[in-house]
Ligand binder design. Structure first.
Ligand code: AGP
Length: 581
C-alpha cells in the first residue's frame, strides 16, 4: 500500500513522476505529493485527493528540477489530509523523504525527537524518518540512512533526498522496492508499472538492502554496508498492457482479456514433488477463494487431504505443519503482508513452500522455496482482481492434476470464456434490475461455493453492496431468515451432482418471496422455470464449471457498480497491494 517513485537523470522530474504516480495510484489514493530539487532548494507540492484532482490544483507537471520523489498514500496513521501527505521535509529544509510501510515504534522515536526540539507537522509514522536522518547527518546521506536503520521497527521502503547531492538513497525492509535502470537516468518505484514506459531493465531490491541511485550508477548494499551484486532483469510486458486502451475501467479491460489469460495459463507447468504428508493452502481475500477451490479440487482429483486458511489467521496460530508438508500460497501481488508472514512461518516450521504468484520478482516470489507464476497477459491494475483470480483457479486445477500424476486439460476452454465475455451486454440488462438492492445473498455448493464467495466479495468491494455467501445447504440454518422481497439471491447452480439440492435451496428462497438470479447450464429448463433471471454456462464436465463462473460473476458486479457510479478501479478504503497487517 502506498506507491513510491523516484527519478534522477537530466530530464524535468515533475512530469515523469506525475505520470508514474498515475500508474501507482492503485496502491493508494488518499493523497499525493511530489518533491523535486532545483538549485539546492526543495520544491514540495502535496495534497489530499486523487492524482488528477490534485494535479489540477497543484500542477505537478510544472515542477522543475532533474531529480525528485513522489508518493500516493493509503492512509494508516493519520487521516487523509494535506499535512499527512508525503513527501516530508525536515526542519532545515534540506532533506525530503517518502515512505511505504509502517514504522511500528514511531511513537517512541517521536518522543526522543521531540525531546531534541523537533516539531512535527503531521500525524504520520513516516515523518519520524526524515527527522531522524536529519539529526544524524554529517555530510553523507548514505551513512545517515545506514545509521538510523537499526532504530526502526516495522516495514518500510523509503527514499530520501538531500539538497546537496544528486542521488536518491533508498532502504527496504518488508515493502516492495525496485530500481529501473535507464540510460543516464535511473528510477526507483514500488512496482514496474510506474517505470516500464522509460525502461524495462529492473533490479528487484531485497529486504535489508540500501540502494544509492545516481544518474549514472546504482549501488546496492546490505544494511551492514557491504556492497551486493544484483542481476538486472528484463520485464516481459510493455506500457500498453498497463493502460486502459479505450475502456472505461481497467476492471472491464481485464475481464475482456481472460480468453488470452486462459490460453497462457494452460501453458503453466508444475514440477513440485508429488508426495506430501499434508498440503496447506494459505492466501487472502479473493486469492483465498481460489485457494478454497483448490482444496476441493485437489482432494477430489488427487485424493490428498488439504487444509485451507487465510493468511491473517494462519500467521498467528501454531499451525500443525512441519517437514514433509507442502504449504501453497497464492497471491497476485506477491506482497500481501499476511500471506508473506505465512510463508515465513511455514519455512520456520520446516515445510516446503510453493508460491502461485502473479508479480514476477515480488517479495513472496523470492522467498518461497518454489514459485509458479500465473500468466495474466500483462499486469492487473484494477483493485478488484478478475483475470488474476481466474489464473489462480486454473493453477489450482493444474496443481491437482500434477499431484495426481497427470496434466490438466480443458478442451475449448478459451472459446467458452470468450462466449461468456460476449454475454456482457445481456448481463448488463439483468444487472440493471438489481443495482438498487442494498443486500445480496450468494449460494453455491461444494466446489461452486468458493465462487459464491467471490461473487459476494466483488459486489462488496466495487459496488458497496452488502453481500454474503453461503453453501446452499446452510441457508436453512439461519440466513434464510433474511430472505424476503428486498433480499435477492444469486444462485450458482450448474448441472452437476449438487444440482437437485441447489434447486431445493432455490425453492426455499422463492417460497419466501426472494428474487433469484441463477447461473446454470444451457438448456436447464427446471432452473429457468424457478429463477427470475438466468445466465447460462456451456455444458461441460461438472468438475470444470467453477472455471467458467467467475466471468459472469465479475461482469454482474461490474455492471451493477457502473450503474451505481462507483469508482470501480479504485474502491474506497482499499488498495491493490495490502502490504500492512
Ligand atoms: C480481490 O478482488 C481483492 N482486491 C483482494 O481480496 C485480493 O485478492 C487480496 O488482497 C489478496 O491479494 P494478493 O492476491 O495480491 O495477495
Amino acid at each position: 500500500m502506498c506507491g513510491i517513485l523516484g527519478y534522477v537523470g537530466s530530464k524535468q522530474a515533475g512530469p515523469i513522476i506525475l505520470k508514474g504516480l498515475r500508474q501507482l495510484e492503485y496502491r493508494g489514493y488518499d493523497s499525493v505529493g511530489i518533491a523535486t530539487i532545483d538549485h539546492g532548494r526543495i520544491e514540495l507540492r502535496k495534497d489530499a485527493g486523487r492524482v488528477d484532482a490534485v494535479e489540477k490544483k497543484l500542477h505537478f507537471g510544472d515542477m522543475i528540477g532533474v531529480y525528485g520523489i513522489g508518493h500516493t498514500r493509503w492512509a494508516t496513521h493519520g487521516p487523509p489530509v494535506q499535512k499527512n501527505a508525503h513527501p516530508f521535509v525536515d526542519e532545515s529544509g534540506k532533506f525530503v523523504l517518502i515512505h511505504n510501510g509502517i514504522i511500528e515504534n514511531y511513537l517512541e522515536l517521536k518522543e526522543v525527537l521531540r525531546a531534541q526540539g523537533v516539531a512535527f507537522s503531521s500525524d504520520t509514522d513516516s515523518e519520524v524518518l526524515v527527522h531522524l536522518i536529519a539529526k544524524v547527518y554529517r555530510g553523507d546521506l548514505l551513512k545517515a540512512v545506514f545509521s538510523i536503520l537499526p532504530r526502526l521497527q516495522g516495514a518500510y521502503a523509503l527514499c530520501v533526498l538531500h539538497t546537496d547531492s544528486r542521488e536518491i538513497i533508498c532502504a527496504r525492509n518488508g515493502s516492495p522496492l525496485i530500481v529501473g535502470v535507464g540510460n543516464g537516468e535511473n528510477f526507483v518505484a514500488s512496482d514496474v508499472s510506474a517505470l516500464v514506459e522509460h525502461t524495462r531493465r529492473v533490479i528487484y531490491v531485497r529486504d535489508f538492502e540500501v540502494v544509492r541511485v545516481g544518474e549514472h550508477e546504482v549501488t546496492c548494499f546490505t544494511f551492514e554496508g557491504k556492497p551486493v551484486a544484483h542481476e538486472v532483469k528484463e520485464v516481459s510486458w510493455n506500457i500498453e498492457q498497463a493502460q486502459k486502451q479505450g475502456h472505461k475501467h481497467f476492471m472491464f479491460k481485464e475481464i475482456l482479456e481472460q480468453d488470452k489469460v486462459v490460453e497462457e495459463s494452460l501453458k503453466v507447468v508444475f514440477s513440485c514433488a508429488r508426495s506430501w504428508n499434508r498440503i496447506h493452502i494459505v492466501a487472502c481475500g479473493g486469492a483465498s477463494y481460489a485457494g478454497l477451490l483448490g482444496k476441493y479440487i485437489i482432494e477430489e482429483v488427487a485424493r490428498i487431504p488439504v487444509s485451507f486458511e487465510v493468511g491473517s489467521e494462519f500467521r498467528y496460530r501454531k499451525p500443525l505443519i512441519g517437514k514433509g508438508d507442502l504449504v501453497v500460497v497464492i497471491s497476485q501481488s506477491g506482497e500481501t503482508a499476511d500471506t508473506l508472514a505465512a510463508v515465513r512461518l511455514a519455512k520456520e516450521c520446516g515445510a516446503h513452500t510453493l508460491g502461485i504468484i502473479n508479480v514476477v520478482g515480488s517479495t513472496m516470489a523470492r522467498e518461497v522455496d518454489e514459485v509458479v507464476y500465473t500468466r495474466t497477459n500483462g499486469p492487473e491494475i484494477s483493485v478488484a482482481s478478475t483475470k488474476a483470480f481466474l489464473a489462480q483457479c486454473i493453477a489450482m486445477y493444474q496443481l491437482a492434476y500434477h499431484l495426481k500424476g497427470g496434466v490438466f486439460e480443458f478442451a475449448g476452454f478459451g472459446g467458452y470464456i470468450k462466449s461468456l465475455i460476449e454475454l456482457s451486454e445481456s448481463i448488463k440488462l439483468v444487472a440493471q434490475r438489481y443495482a438498487l438492492y442494498p443486500n445480496f445473498i450468494f449460494i453455491g455448493r461444494n466446489r461452486n461455493f468458493p465462487l459464491a464467495l467471490e461473487g459476494a466479495l466483488k459486489l462488496k468491494e466495487i459496488a458497496y453492496i452488502h453481500a454474503e455467501a453461503y453453501q446452499g445447504g446452510e441457508l436453512k440454518h439461519g440466513p434464510l431468515a433474511l430472505v424476503c422481497e428486498e433480499m435477492p439471491t444469486f444462485a450458482i447452480c450448474p448441472q452437476d451432482e449438487f444440482h437437485d439440492k441447489m434447486l431445493s435451496n432455490i425453492q426455499e428462497v422463492k417460497a419466501r418471496r426472494g428474487r433469484v438470479v441463477a447461473l446454470g447450464t444451457a438448456g436447464d429448463t427446471k432452473l429457468a422455470g424457478l429463477a427470475d433471471d438466468i445466465f447460462y454456462l456451456p455444458a461441460v464436465d461438472a468438475l470444470l464449471y467453477p472455471l467458467l463462473e467467475s466471468v459472469v460473476l465479475h461482469l454482474f458486479a461490474y455492471h451493477i457498480a457502473d450503474m451505481r457510479e462507483c469508482d470501480i478501479d479504485k474502491p474506497r478504503n482499499l488498495a491493490k497491494s495490502v502490504t500492512v497487517e
